[in-house]
Ligand binder design. Structure first.
Ligand code: AHR
Length: 659
């Protein structure tokens, strides 16, 4: 019987009680070190992950630069006078040419204004203070702004106003800012902006931010979304993707230099997920880059995670236009990579180091990795990668280069790339898998036979897809998470070669997603970790420092009788950490002999996720339905053996203190 069918058998048919297994964990046979950054996260602006998500800006299309400049806005003109609200375009403002030009005719409050609908509404919280700001220039007369928060019924639940604004010197833009609070909590609020006075003025970059951002940073990130990441203690953050790196065409690719500096100068582009899936079109999805490369490095630093940027390699998405830059024209792309390293690590004497310091971060970000290409493939990729490798290694030999093994973990495309990347002696190979739960159960031993002297492996994007691979009909259910837990025991057992791993994608907005499954779902006010999130967290917060052999009769526990297990030693806490998946439909009980230690604490801490229902999921309303439950069990200190009573369909983490 093939492994696949054995697993399906054990998963879906009930079976009798198994004989007790004699399992052993041997601390004297400590194996390779586990990279402290092994378990990380993959961030991409997909599913409204950045704009409308992590980036806490509440105003959509704040600079009127969307393809349709009125998208997200509603005009209020009472009475209607032709030409009072006009979008103008000043081509010399290259990165942000459009703005709103307003003619005032003795306007009273409520007669002339604009209403912003937010990103599928605005999440507003009772008693929280909101910061309004915009750029303006008054050409004649005087104007006063009134901002109002509106609830779902259109009632005013908060308001603030500017001073009377009059023409400044020259044609310079000025900033107006004021703050006010909301008297209600609403999930889908709006903001109205009224103009009163007489004359003419221009307005741009209309913005509303909550003040409870992560670390209270002005114009920062949603604190609840960062906190749920922080709780995972991620070892790295891969950024900015994902296909967004490549773009639909080269024009649409991610260019890091356009994401730093003053917010109003960061040139917005259409988000490629705007049009990717005909059944999930999101015409209002753009990248403002308010969360740009500086903010990304800062976030990684905040979370104690290594930054792991992935850059375009001169190739647009091969599922789309597959546009290529001629090898002779690759120079600027390679220069971008070199400059990013300098931006992250350079000192004040360097061009890009100086830019970072100007933005407020004097110390280097200590970048160690750089990815060249996302899901790129074929000889065209290999030759471009080789050119990047030569230039990066010449200038920064210590930076580890991450290279793409394509779109999947098998097949001709993968085999070709794997061979080529190994012959290029690439530091780290980035493997992706969006496959069925049975694929992950079947591939638990995949890395057992990998060459220990070859490149390290980054399982850079992966997730169990319950229905269609790489599509949007999949759900984050317990079967998916259980299969991922089993697969992760295989990654952990092979942590000497698999040094980085991240589930993908990270975030999805319940009203604005394109891709499913995702690790964390949000609405405008709440976050929800999926069962997969909790599995990832149980690994990343229990990562240990060294691999420990955890065996049955000297062999890895990798699927026999639906049991999957790995273990690590944590030098910092002197603990043995066991991770065990019982994917079967029956409870089992096995004793584990603890070898190679003199004495252990008899009290063992246990964290467990369990459900008999493989289709069980979490929801925003019931976000902890499937989440780890903590308890304690006793081991017999004289026999130095732990009896593991494993319920069906469970994933457990045991921690045994050596004393
Ligand atoms: O994670 C979603 C997408 O899947 C990524 O953007 C891409 O790299 C992969 O195909």
């Amino acid at each position: 019987m093939k492994i696949n069918s054995i697993i399906v058998f054990f998963l879906f048919l009930s079976f009798g009680i198994h004989a007790q297994k004699n399992l052993e964990v041997d601390v004297s046979k400590k194996g390779g070190e586990i990279s402290p950054s092994m378990w990380g996260v993959f961030f991409e602006d997909i599913n409204f992950g950045a704009d409308g998500g992590l980036y806490a800006e509440l105003v959509k299309n704040r600079s009127f630069e969307f393809f349709k400049p009125w998208m997200g806005w509603k005009k209020i003109e009472k009475p209607f006078i032709e030409g009072q609200l006009q979008i103008k375009n000043q081509p010399n403002r290259q990165s942000n040419p459009r703005y709103l030009s307003v003619q005032l005719h003795n306007q009273q409050k409520g007669s002339l204004g604009i209403i912003n609908e937010g990103f599928r509404g605005m999440g507003l919280k009772k008693d929280l203070v909101y910061d309004f700001s915009s750029l303006y220039r008054v050409k004649s007369g005087s104007v006063k702004f009134y901002a109002e928060l509106l609830n779902e019924n259109g009632e005013v639940i908060g308001s603030g106003e500017s001073a009377v604004l009059t023409p400044g010197l020259g044609t310079e833009w000025h900033k107006v800012a004021f703050s006010f609070s909301s008297s209600e909590t609403v999930n889908k609020g709006k903001m109205a902006l009224w103009f009163t006075g007489n004359g003419e003025f221009d307005i741009d970059m209309v913005s509303l931010f909550p003040t409870d951002t992560w670390k209270g940073r002005k114009g920062g990130m949603r604190a609840d979304m960062v906190q749920i990441l922080a709780d995972m203690k991620p070892g790295f953050i891969r950024f900015p993707g994902g296909c967004i790196v490549e773009g639909i065409d080269l024009e649409n690719r991610y260019q890091w230099k356009k994401t730093i500096g003053a917010i109003e100068d960061r040139q917005l582009i259409m988000n490629r997920w705007n049009v990717e899936f005909p059944n999930k079109n999101a015409p209002d999805y753009f990248q403002t880059f308010g969360l740009g490369f500086y903010e990304y490095f800062q976030l990684a630093e905040d979370l104690g995670a290594e930054p792991l940027p992935i850059l375009n390699c001169g190739m647009a998405c091969q599922y789309n236009t597959a546009e290529l830059v001629e090898l002779d024209d690759l120079g600027p792309y390679i220069q971008d990579a070199l400059d990013l390293i300098e931006f992250a690590n350079g000192d004040a004497s360097t061009t890009w180091g100086k830019e970072r310091i100007k933005m407020g971060h004097a110390a280097p970000f200590n970048l160690k990795f750089i990815g060249v290409g996302n899901e790129n493939w074929g000889p065209q990729y290999v030759e471009r990668l080789a050119a990047f490798q030569k230039a990066i290694k010449a200038k920064y030999p210590a930076i580890k280069i991450v290279a793409s093994a394509g779109t999947g973990m098998d097949g001709e495309r993968f085999e070709y790339l794997d061979k080529e990347l190994r012959s290029l002696n690439i530091d780290i190979i980035d493997e992706h898998a969006y496959r069925s739960p049975s694929f992950f159960f079947d591939n638990v031993s995949r890395y057992d036979t990998y060459d220990r002297k070859g490149p390290e492996i980054f399982v850079g994007e992966w997730a169990a897809h319950t229905k269609n691979q790489g599509g949007n009909q999949n759900v984050n259910n317990w079967l998916a998470a259980l299969s991922e837990s089993a697969f992760m025991t295989g990654l952990e057992r092979n942590a000497d070669v698999v040094t980085l791993a991240s589930y993908a994608p990270l975030f999805a907005h319940v009203d604005a997603w394109q891709w499913s499954p995702d690790l964390i779902w949000v609405d405008n006010l709440n976050v929800m970790g999926t069962p997969s999130y909790y599995v990832q967290k149980m690994f990343s917060t229990n990562k240990g420092t060294h691999i420990l052999p955890f065996t049955e009769n000297g062999k890895a526990i990798a699927g026999a009788d639906s049991l999957f297990a790995s273990s690590v030693w944590d030098e910092n806490t002197k603990k043995i950490i066991l991770k065990v998946t019982n994917a079967g439909s029956s409870p089992v009980s096995h004793s584990v002999k603890i070898s190679g230690v003199k004495k252990t604490d008899p009290v063992v801490s246990l964290q467990r996720m369990q459900s008999d229902n493989l289709e069980a999921m979490n929801t925003i309303e019931d976000s902890k339905n499937l989440s780890p439950v903590a308890s304690e069990v006793k081991l017999d200190p004289k026999k130095k053996s732990l009896v593991m009573d494993l319920p069906p369909r469970s994933f457990s983490v045991y921690k045994i203190k050596v004393i």
